[in-house]
Design a protein around this ligand. Sequence first.
Ligand SMILES: *Cc1c(COP(=O)(O)O)cnc(C)c1O
Length: 392
Amino acid sequence: MTDKIRKLKPSTLAAHVGRGHADHQGAVNPPVYHVSTILYPDVATMEERGTRPFDGMTYGRFGTPTTFALEEAVCALEGGYRSIAVPSGLAAITLVLESFLKCGDHVLVSDSVYQPTRRYCDGHLKRQGVETTYYDPLIGADIADLIRPNTKLVFVEAPGSLTFEIQDIPAIAAEAHKKGALVAMDNTWATPLYFKPFEKGVDLSIQAATKYIVGHADAMMGVVTCASQDLWQTVKAHAAAHGLGVGAEEAYLALRGLRTLPVRLERHRETAILLATWLKHRPEVLRVLHPALPEDPGHKLWRRDFTGSCGLFGFIFQPIGKDRVDAFLNALELFGLGYSWGGFESLAIPADSGIKRTVTSWTPGGPTIRLHAGLEDADDLIADLEQALRRL
Ligand SMILES: *Cc1c(COP(=O)(O)O)cnc(C)c1O
């Protein structure tokens, strides 16, 4: 990335980076390259290109102009050295863990991490001989006490999946770096627009692009962005070793979604705050989990490190039975019942069964619900919540 590009504002980057019109006869969007095989004019060229397989198009699995354009655009927004697109957000997470951890190594993972990340650590990594220690998401600089000589990586995610705690990422990164460990972050909630991972000490930033980057609930994609060339080379080599190429149509959809990310996210942000503020005044609600609300325990850190919030937040009901919670969820008409989030549509899920802790406890005093505020009108969404609350 040139210094000139680096100075542009995020909306401008989202609209301009990764277009490469000169190469596409003027088309605004890079075409979808459907390709596995690349032909070479002669053996000498073939052999020479074989010595640098990740430089331009050499084989479909290693990337095409469509995927390179997506990687370039995400990288510009994240502010890293270079990005790698992979088939899903979870693939981006496991790729990062797998790239830097081998038998005998130790990894520190937040206790509020996305559940499938935990499952990968407790299953696959354990079988590989990698030990995982979970830590309190609010640990901050005290993470130093948990770092061992063989700790290679600290995994952070803020806010916590389903529970929305904000982590002190700069403090954690400073301690990790003092002891030679890398910091990887699941940055899906804030997107690169509302949290700048590399300015806060993160070495590897992960996007489940399936969520806001794709933005339309119609494709799966993950992106790993690396702080340096060395890190990029390591991750790219591992991605290639595992055969993690991405489909051309998916890359195109992710790039198309990215172009409108700044305007969509602003609307998701605004609506979520309206809903959260409305919910916190309801007698049925014990507490709202949203770091942008001033009374939230994570608010101070959020305000220091983040520049915005997205459409995803939670709330805790007053103590009531599961049948009542289910009646509320079933009564929702505009909020779909569905996992995932980040699309244009509003969603709701009961969150309790997905919250697994091993070193901290989650006892909020009532059932936990997660909402995704979509792009519908906030008044309609509030009316929907209100009629569903009457079913309690
Ligand atoms: C959904 C999600 C993922 C995984 O993304 P997929 O594309 O569904 O694999 C990772 N992290 C977070 C925080 C998520 O919400």
